[in-house]
Structures are given as structure tokens and as C-alpha cells.
Design a protein. Structure first.
Lengths: 93, 208, 263
């Protein structure tokens, strides 16, 4: 019987988030609604374990993002994220 | 991108389960016991632990750990099925039947709804039809394989409802709340099935 | 048709126009056994857009009856070569890895989607010094980084000293062992090993789980501003990352990729 925590991290959610946002999201910064701390999504702890992605705050463990792929729909609950900041690069004039 | 899926020849076609009658559709057997949690492992001291059955009208019945241990208990051996496709046969548990707990709650004035919400330390919830936790089908389990249930697997106590997908068997369970109407719990809010019968492959909302 | 359109290291997915990721049917060009339980698949992926070291692909298997399974695998090859290489550890109880290791011969097709990822990525333009820490199959994405490093010109490498600390169960479990020995010399990479379940008699490397004393010896001094990448089983990754931060490394310069319990 395995006794270690099997959690992964936001890298494991990269595929489903890429599908949803049409860009890599692991470097996007998420601000926790619970405690206000900000981290890149790739760094957050993922407790989805094959059922979906459950990304939790490193500081206070609150859920920032929940994502599940149901048939041909992706369902996202971002209510735990106060702000999501996504780099889109500079426009060269 | 082609319209018809690319078939991986030889994949899954050779899978001949050792116990075909016991494996629901789409599942495969594992000898491991994967640890799946929606959050970090809570560590509630037994002195602070309680189990509560409550309704929407203010009635409730609560057991402390010592009171819980004094209840009649059973040692079911059951197969369990995870929606992530693994099944594990002949798992051995020790715990109190939900029938024992619900009968006591009813006698104490708790009103029963058609559905219940199980709630756990750490905030996890899952909804179930009341009929699926009555009739010898469900337990609050505190022992696994002859030893106290480890924290990673839901200890001190977890819900055990083996005839449904295992996300319904809420780890670190602290009680049941009677519902006036069905409400989705943690995974059900995201699209997982309200009932979750593996023999009918009720994985997602809308699966018949 | 050549699949050798490669993105240059400086082009990041964040700066390119958002593009929908498609499933593509790759063709297995070759297979290569790395260790008793580990095999590399060399894939030709049509219209592959190139990738950055550290990224991964999703692999999808669809059976005749419609049953599907999907897993992610780190890309082992650097962007400098046209094929996409996946190094896969065969887990006996697994659903996908036994198929990938046992059933795919050159000429077979395999559905992949990628490249995916952007956080756990390193290329020479990000600078260093560079510390890579691998546990078990966690070596795979770090190998893409090292192969990319070795392909860079000597002047670039001179500005970015690179070290690898690789933890494996036994000498037979070390993946890419010969190539790492070659790279250690040819590209001047500082390669160190630790074995956790027994070492051969002449073993000159470490013989224990990675701990604070080992990282204090192997790691770069924090004031150098080192970029660290840690990949492998969850307990190893968390332990190593915590120690690096305790030793004084900037947490934003310590990047992690957890592979789960077996790594």
C-alpha cells in the first residue's frame, strides 16, 4: 500500500489548460482569493489524480482552480482565483 | 486532423480480466492501492473527532470517537472501483454500518431526505441517494486490512460505499447532511455523476 | 515529408499566436532499450512545430472498442534534432506503458499531442549556473535540457556551467548512463550519481537518498543565482526543492516537476 501523498503539480494540468486557453498556462500567475499569495500555475499543487485538475495554493491550501474534461466539454471553476495574470508578449510596433 | 480516431492496434484488446464477472465495464484490476485525494491529508486528533448526522430542520445526532468505537461494527470484504478505471478486489475493512447510524439518527428525530451530502475534514463533499447508503451497502470505516485506517487512505474514518465509484467513499468523513433536494458535491459540481454506479458506467452527469 | 521545422529557443509559446493543439499520428522510426525496464521511442511527428527542453507530449491510445487511455510523457530529445524521442519506464501494473514498450515496432503509429508546458522549461537563453536534480525517470526532461546544452556552442556553455545530480535505485537503473559519461567529458557537464538501493563494489558516487549534505556539496552557492530544475517522484522533488530553498536559493529559481509515486 502506497503511503506517500501522490500529488502532482500544475505541470500535470498543462495539457487540459492548453486545450482550454489555447496557450500554455503553466507560467500564468494566479492570485489566491484566500490568502492573496501569487504563484505560477505550474508551481501549484495538483490533487486531481486523473479525475481532473485541482490546483491548490502553496501557502494556505485553498483551491484556486478546478478543471474537469467531461465528454466534449471542459468545465472550469476559477472561483478560488482572485486574479489570473497571463503574459501575452510585447507587440513590436 | 482526421475525423476517425486512430486505433492503437493491440491496445486493450488482449485484456482478459482474471475475474471478468467482478470487473465493471471499462475497468482494470490493480493490486496496488493508489492514494487519490482532492487535498492534503488532514490530521484530526481523535479527541477532536466526531461524526454527525444532521437535517435541514436543526436536528442532529453526534458521536465522539469513543462513542463511535462502542457501536456494533462489521468487517466487510468488498471490491472497490475508482472512476479513473482501476478496481481492487477483496479489500478488507472494519467499521460501523450506515444502517446503525441512520437508525439511531432517525430515532433521535433527524428527518431523512432522499439524498445526503457526506462532508469531510478539508472541505470535501459528495452527494448520494439515501437508498445507496441504506440496506447494508455502506459503512463508516476506521480499519483497513486488519489495522487502523491510515491517514492517506482516509483515516481516522472514511465513508465506504463500494457499490458506487470510489469518489463517493469520502475520506476523512465527519458526517452526513440530509438534503431536501439533491445538491452536487465537490466533484459533482464539475460534472461527475450524482449517483456513480460503476456497473452502469455512471461517470459523468448525463450518463444514464 | 520532413518534420524538422524547429522553433528557435527564444520563441516562447507565450509570445506566439495562440494555436489549437491537435492530435497527430506519429510514426515510430526506431526503438531503443535504455535499461531493462525503460525504452525510448523515436518518433517522426508530422508538422511538429518544435519544442523547448522540458516540455512534454500527451499520448493517446484508442482501442477498437472505443476504450481510451491518455498519459503524458516528457520529451527526451532536444529541439536540435528532428525526431521526437520519448523515454518510457515500463510499469508492470500500468495500463499504457506496457503497450508502448511491448507493442510498438518501427512503422507503427502513435497518437501524440504537443508540445505542452512552459514553466518547467530551460534553454541556454535562460542562463545559469544550471543545477538539474533527477530521481528515477525524472531524468527524461532534464536529458532534453542537457542534450540541448551539449548542442550549444562552446562560448554559450562557458557562461552557463551545468551540474546534474541523478538519483537511481541501482547502477542498472541509470538511464542514458553511457551518454551521460560522454556528455560529462565532451560538454563539460558535472555529472554526479547517487544510488539508493545498493552500489557495485567500485562505485565512486554517493550511496544514499539525496539529503541536505549532498545538495550543499553538489549545488551551486545561492549567491550565484543558479537556476535549478528538480524532477522525479513527488517525495524526492519536494524534499530536494525544500532543501534548496533552505540552503538559500531563490524559490522562483527552483522549478519542479512531480511525476507521482513511482516517478
Amino acid at each position: 500500500m502506497q503511503t506517500e501523498e501522490m500529488r502532482l503539480d500544475g505541470n500535470a494540468a498543462a495539457g487540459i489548460l492548453r486545450e482550454l486557453f489555447a496557450r500554455d498556462m503553466t507560467t500564468a500567475m494566479a492570485t489566491c482569493r484566500g490568502c492573496g499569495s501569487s504563484e505560477p500555475l505550474g508551481k501549484l499543487l495538483d490533487y486531481g489524480h486523473g479525475m481532473g485538475a485541482i490546483l491548490r495554493c502553496l501557502k494556505c491550501e485553498a483551491v484556486l482552480l478546478r478543471v474537469v474534461h467531461v465528454r466534449d466539454t471542459i468545465r472550469l471553476d476559477a472561483s478560488g482565483t482572485a486574479v489570473l495574470s497571463i503574459g501575452v508578449g510585447t507587440v513590436v510596433g | 486532423m482526421s475525423d476517425s480516431p486512430f486505433i492503437a492496434r493491440g491496445f486493450h484488446a488482449k485484456r482478459a480480466p482474471a475475474k471478468p464477472d467482478r470487473l465493471p465495464p471499462g475497468q482494470y484490476e490493480t493490486r496496488d492501492f493508489p492514494v487519490l485525494s482532492a487535498g492534503p491529508t488532514p490530521h484530526t486528533p481523535l479527541a477532536k473527532w466526531s461524526f454527525t448526522i444532521e437535517d435541514w430542520a436543526g436536528h442532529s445526532l453526534r458521536w465522539s470517537w469513543d462513542e463511535f468505537q462502542a457501536l456494533p461494527h462489521q468487517t466487510p470484504t468488498v471490491d472497490i472501483h475508482c472512476v479513473t478505471k482501476w478496481s481492487k478486489f477483496d479489500t478488507k475493512w472494519e467499521g460501523v454500518s450506515l444502517d446503525t447510524l441512520l437508525d439511531a439518527a432517525r430515532a433521535a428525530g433527524v428527518v431523512e431526505g432522499d439524498h445526503v451530502m457526506a462532508f469531510s475534514d478539508g472541505g470535501y463533499t459528495t452527494n448520494l441517494p439515501l437508498a445507496d447508503v441504506r440496506g447494508g451497502k455502506a459503512w463508516v470505516a476506521y480499519g483497513y486490512d486488519g489495522a487502523p485506517l491510515p491517514a492517506e487512505h482516509g483515516g481516522p474514518a472514511r465513508l465506504l460505499v463500494p457499490h458506487l465509484y470510489f469518489w463517493k467513499s469520502a475520506k476523512w468523513v465527519r458526517g452526513l447532511r440530509m438534503l431536501q433536494g439533491d445538491e452536487p458535491g465537490f466533484w459533482e459540481q464539475l460534472g461527475y455523476h450524482d449517483r456513480g454506479d460503476p456497473w452502469r458506467e455512471q461517470r459523468y452527469q448525463g450518463d444514464p | 515529408m520532413s518534420s524538422a521545422t524547429k522553433a528557435t529557443p527564444e520563441v516562447t509559446s507565450a509570445r506566439s499566436t495562440p494555436v489549437r493543439l491537435e492530435w497527430r499520428v506519429a510514426k515510430v522510426k526506431a526503438v531503443r532499450d535504455e535499461t531493462r525496464h525503460v525504452r525510448t521511442l523515436v518518433l517522426d511527428v508530422p508538422e511538429w512545430p518544435g519544442h523547448r527542453p522540458g516540455q512534454h507530449v500527451d499520448v493517446r491510445l484508442v482501442a477498437e472498442d472505443g476504450y481510451q487511455a491518455q498519459r503524458s510523457y516528457s520529451i527526451a530529445s532536444p529541439p536540435e534534432v528532428p525526431s521526437v524521442e520519448l523515454t518510457i519506464e515500463r510499469l508492470d501494473d500500468g495500463e499504457v506503458s506496457p503497450y508502448l514498450c511491448d507493442m510498438l515496432a518501427p512503422g507503427a503509429g502513435l497518437e501524440v499531442r504537443g508540445p505542452i508546458g512552459g514553466y518547467f522549461v530551460w534553454d541556454v537563453s535562460l542562463g545559469g549556473p544550471l543545477l538539474l536534480v533527477a530521481g528515477g525517470s525524472g531524468i527524461v526532461p532534464l536529458m532534453a535540457m542537457l542534450r540541448h546544452y551539449a548542442a550549444a556552442d562552446a562560448a554559450s556553455r562557458a557562461t552557463v556551467p551545468a551540474r546534474l545530480l541523478y538519483s537511481a535505485r541501482s547502477a542498472d537503473d541509470v538511464i542514458y548512463r553511457d551518454e551521460l559519461a560522454r556528455l560529462a567529458t565532451a560538454a563539460e557537464i558535472d555529472v554526479r550519481f547517487t544510488l539508493t538501493r545498493g552500489a557495485p563494489p567500485q562505485w565512486s558516487g554517493y550511496r544514499r537518498r539525496i539529503d541536505r549534505a549532498m545538495l550543499a556539496e553538489v549545488g551551486w552557492p545561492p549567491p550565484t543565482g543558479a537556476q535549478s530544475y528538480v524532477c522525479g517522484p513527488t517525495p524526492l522533488v519536494e524534499s530536494v526543492a525544500n532543501i534548496l530553498v533552505e540552503l538559500g536559493h531563490d524559490p522562483s529559481h527552483v522549478r519542479t516537476e512531480r511525476f507521482g509515486p513511482t516517478g
